[in-house]
Write a protein that binds this ligand. Structure first.
Ligand SMILES: [Zn+2]
Length: 709
């Protein structure tokens, strides 16, 4: 895949070409699922037991081994496999769930990891039965169907552009049951899992179970009028990359193909005017011929995806006090390691406290705009032609780590494509083509991150550095513009600013409101001076800003909706009792009540053991981030993992305790003081800002039940 592919198709290659917006669902596809014997027989074989198919024309089919045993006897599996092959041969496109996974040997850990999928098992069983296999394997060991397009829907729904951008992180794990519950509100047949298949009581149960898996995959794909398939088709049209590749690979592959096509055209054009010795030809040729840096084997392509103008409430990295680390933060860490590190967006140190009448401004597509405004591209940064041109220098106030200049003579290839996609997106939006506009947005937003990704063919660290640097510079300049208008910036992060008028005032009647005229003035200054679109995103009637990335605001309008970010009291893995008490604090604040009485009540209820369903609301659940033996220190996750035999990704449920282990499975042994500590740390910032002393006003004078024991 990373090798340059010379393509002669013309769909999008010319610079002024508009995008084909006619998208119906031109493909018929089939979803399949296979079941095999879970426990290997004496020879290590795991024969096929069943297969099911659901296609996009409404056809459903289940084949059970029992259907063949009477007629074919010991050749029953052979007959079943032939039936499967006949069926698959009718379709160019197929989908499965975890259909492309495979076992692999981890050399460092000296053990087998992962598990085999439908395609790997199909390959094994075909070969075992002396049938020539339709399954091939790429250099990473990933299986595919020869001569047809097969997509592992799990991989597709795992992509950030689908999981984050479309489904707003609605599903937290990648099991079929979890994803289907989140998207279509429906899970697996009778709650059985694959392991139970052999022991299902009746043939009818087996048939229903096997069918259900294919059906679920189909239902997910069909959701909202095939929105994901249509989106992938739209990206196929936009990039000229095959549908299968779009579904199976990451955004860096897409951008590689986009840039390859344009560069090839440009090289041909330069050659036609006898420019093959020009510096530009040589530079582009060098990039075009570049082999993507070799990825380590077994490493699937990692997505590089930036969400800037999306309104997703992100969960913060887990900073749990008892050295838990959720697997998501570990995965993020691993992902970060494949990126070259450089300074990112600017985060302004907030003015801690409660603020009134806060206007939040957002810059529309900050990074793409930086690319376009400053012509940042792999072929313009540090170009040969403008080395001595003082006007091409990047000012030191933008970036000082290195001397930079950007071409003044040539529009960059990446710049041109960003501009084209941005204009095209506006056009498609106006035409009401939501899907195309979404596809363009994905490409645009991804365009920034790929340059800092070292396995990207056009990887160029300087491009990534300059885009981020100009982003920070722009935010700094916006602050100056606001201040020159007598406004005050109380917080800002990457592409947003929180602005008030006047100072932090004491008396309520002194709070000033930013007028519509002032808002318009600020927006027009940003447009004129910085060539960016500052959007008035929201107004907070009141807001509490605790620290960087930790704030809550109550919207001005009647609905009094809440925007909350960062506070640990909202995190989904927190104990329900803490979340409830935290939510009550917020609710009281929203309605202008003193939150202390109810907070004290909650604590006293816990101490008196006057709580409903303690088993439920005090339970702490944590996803185990590592296999127990991989933990370096002896944290709770490790200890529980060892005790319960858990593996990475399993969920541990327990209660906090003061015993030697630090946890218990009996709610009556739980530690009241530890739960109080947890609540205290969750609400501390907010109640302190509201003028209460956490220790004195709330947690003092109470006796710890555990102290008495
Ligand atoms: Zn130049």
């Amino acid at each position: 895949m990373p090798e340059a592919q010379i393509s002669t198709h013309s769909s999008h290659s010319s610079h002024s070409q508009t995008i084909n917006k006619q998208i119906t669902l031109p493909l018929t596809f089939i979803c399949f699922d296979f079941e095999w014997q879970i426990l290997p027989d004496a020879k290590g074989n795991q024969p096929f037991r069943a297969a099911s198919f659901v296609d996009s024309n409404g056809l459903k089919k289940v084949f059970l081994i029992q259907d063949y045993e009477k007629t074919f006897g010991i050749k029953a599996e052979y007959a079943l496999l032939l039936e499967i092959l006949n069926f698959l041969a009718k379709y160019e496109y197929s989908f499965g769930w975890y259909s492309k996974g495979f076992e692999s040997y981890n050399d460092q850990k000296k053990r087998i990891e992962g598990k085999n999928s439908d395609l790997v098992m199909l390959d094994k069983r075909l070969k075992a039965n002396g049938i020539s296999s339709i399954v091939g394997f790429n250099r990473f060991g990933t299986p595919y169907i020869k001569g047809a397009s097969h997509i592992d829907a799990m991989k597709l729904y795992e992509k950030p552009m689908v999981k984050v951008s479309i489904y707003k992180n609605k599903y937290t794990g990648m099991g079929l049951d979890m994803v289907s519950q989140a998207i279509i509100g429906k899970g697996k047949y009778k709650g059985f899992s694959g392991k139970d298949f052999d022991s299902l009581p009746t043939l009818e149960d087996k048939r229903n179970y096997v069918l259900e898996d294919s059906q679920l995959v189909f239902d997910i794909l069909q959701h909202n009028d095939y929105e994901i398939i249509k989106l992938m088709l739209s990206i196929t049209n936009l990039t000229g990359v095959s549908f299968e590749t779009v579904c199976n690979s990451g955004v860096s592959t897409l951008w590689t193909r986009i840039l390859d096509d344009i560069i090839l055209k440009e090289l041909e054009r330069l050659a036609s005017i006898a420019q093959i010795n020009s510096p530009r030809y040589l530079l582009l040729k060098k990039y075009y011929d570049r082999k993507a840096y070799q990825k380590p084997v077994f490493q699937e392509e990692n997505e590089v995806y930036q969400l800037l103008d999306d309104n997703v409430i992100e969960e913060e990295e887990n900073e749990d006090d008892n050295s838990f680390s959720s697997s998501s933060s570990e995965e993020k860490q691993q992902q970060k390691e494949k990126h070259i590190k450089f300074e990112g967006g600017k985060v302004i140190e907030p003015i801690r406290g409660e603020h009134r009448n806060v206007i939040v401004f957002d810059v529309a597509s900050l990074y793409p705009k930086m690319v376009i405004n400053y012509n940042i591209s792999f072929d313009t940064v540090l170009c040969d032609c403008c080395k001595d041109n003082l006007l091409a220098r990047v000012p030191k106030e933008v970036v000082h780590v290195k001397d930079y200049w950007i071409c003044k003579r040539q529009q960059g290839i990446f710049t041109e494509r960003m501009l084209h996609f941005t204009n095209e997106r506006l056009k498609q939006k106006k035409l009401g083509n939501e899907i195309d506009s979404q596809g363009l947005k994905i490409l645009i937003n991804a365009g920034y991150g790929v340059f800092g990704y070292e396995y990207f063919k056009y990887f160029n660290q300087d491009v990534a550095i300059l885009i981020a640097a100009y982003g920070r510079y722009t935010l700094t300049k916006m602050i100056e513009l606001a201040e020159s208008q007598g406004l005050k910036v109380i917080y800002g992060d990457t592409d947003s600013l929180f602005i008030i008028k006047g100072n932090n005032v004491e008396k309520k009647e002194d709070y000033l409101q930013i007028t519509d005229k002032e808002i318009e003035q600020f927006k027009s200054k940003c447009a004129q001076i910085l060539n960016i679109e500052a959007k008035h995103k929201r107004t907070f009637d009141k807001a509490i800003i605790a620290k960087k990335k930790h704030y809550l605001g109550i919207l001005e309008d009647k609905t009094k909706q809440l925007v909350i970010k960062g506070f640990e009291g909202i995190k989904s893995d927190r104990v329900k009792w803490v979340r409830n008490a935290f939510a009550q604090v917020i609710e009281d604040y929203k309605n202008g009540f003193n939150p202390i009485p109810k907070l004290k009540q909650a604590i006293s209820d816990l101490e008196q053991w006057n709580i409903k369903e303690p088993k439920k609301i005090l339970l702490k659940t944590t996803k185990i981030g590592k296999d127990p033996e991989d933990y370096e220190n002896n944290c709770i996750s490790k200890r529980i993992g060892v005790e319960l035999g858990l593996r990475r990704g399993d969920i541990a449920s327990y209660y906090l305790a003061d015993n030697e282990k630090g946890y218990t499975f009996d709610v009556n042994e739980c530690s009241i003081s530890q739960y109080k500590k947890m609540l205290s740390s969750a609400v501390k910032d907010i109640v302190e800002i509201l003028g209460y002393d956490v220790e004195h006003d709330i947690f003092s004078g109470t006796t710890y039940l555990s102290d008495l024991l």
